[in-house]
Ligand binder design. Sequence first.
Ligand code: PLP
Length: 387
Amino acid sequence: MKIYGYGKQQILPEDIDAVVEVLKSDFLSQGPKAPPFEQAICDYTGAKYCVILSNATAALHIAMLALDIGEGDEVITTPNTFAASANCVRYVGGTVKFADIESDTANINVAEVEKLITKKTKAIIPVHFAGQSCDMKSLQDVAKKNNLFIVEDAAHAIGSDYDGAKIGCCRYSDMCIFSFHPVKNITTGEGGAITTNNEALYEKLLLLRSHGITKNPAEMKFYEGAWTTEMQCLGYNYRMTDMQAALGITQLRRLNDFKAKRRRIANLYDKIFANDDRMHFLVERPNSDACLHLYPALIDFKKLHIEKRGFFEELKKVGLNLQVHYRPVYLHPYYLELGYERGLCPNAEQYYEHTISLPIYPDLNDADIEEISGRFAETLNRFTKNA
Ligand SMILES: *Cc1c(COP(=O)(O)O)cnc(C)c1O
């Protein structure tokens, strides 16, 4: 029996050749492959600047540092996300505020964001869940009115369009971060990036990526000779290797193809389950053209005589090794111990009760989708209450 996960990278010979070429060269750490990968991301998204990094968590961390967010500051994000979207605020000593989601898109609800704004609020981190953009125009209005920064967590959303432009163009934000983890839309093994149109932020990010050290004499406070490197702030080693950057370049070339394949899979699921009243899918807004990172099925467990936990186990028995996105971040023990309580974001909690992500990745063909859908429907059938 073929086992299916919810997401998987596609690696072709061209990817392997690109990595092997770097292995045979002089540069294994960040080197000559970094600028072309960064340029390719700028060209693709329309952003002015790009900084590639070791992963998206590092990207979120230095984005917070570049904005001088720290103790006493509040940052608003969604609970329906991977922990890193909130953890970055904790890394710098800030306080996380969770705004509830819209039930039909599972994205952050802008009206809920507005309710949480205080004098201490510094920034908003919207997460483009499953690849669909948040309502960035409204968020930008709110941010402008209240003098807040916006950092887009687009870990799910490289390749997605919003209002006719690519996510990452930063038309509605100060910075946008991407992840290249193997389950994301393109991969570098581990990897991440930040795009921005702000030169000052860009310069800060470059320093923070590499120990806070500059090698550029023109930027130095105390130039002491041709050997001088100078540490100007407390930075990190968040560089990406050149093997990874080379892989990123070949992956990015296929992103539009990946996007089309992901959309085709979603359309097949939509068609197959169109008349199934035991489940439904998220809604996509008219101004969104998402590169669908996830395809969550929302199951009506009231119609089944099995609970989510048991149902998930049954899916595993038929080779569907799926995942749930997401347990609301504040329901993790670390956040509960900080004082967040169950009931904080009812829509996110409700969503979590129903959601299971179906397999969606470029290498799945139509026969795979029929097979997966067949096993899924058969499992539903076995546990459906008699009407
Ligand atoms: C994957 C993910 C991250 C973290 O990405 P890494 O590259 O694994 O550090 C952050 N935010 C969201 C929403 C993610 O899905």
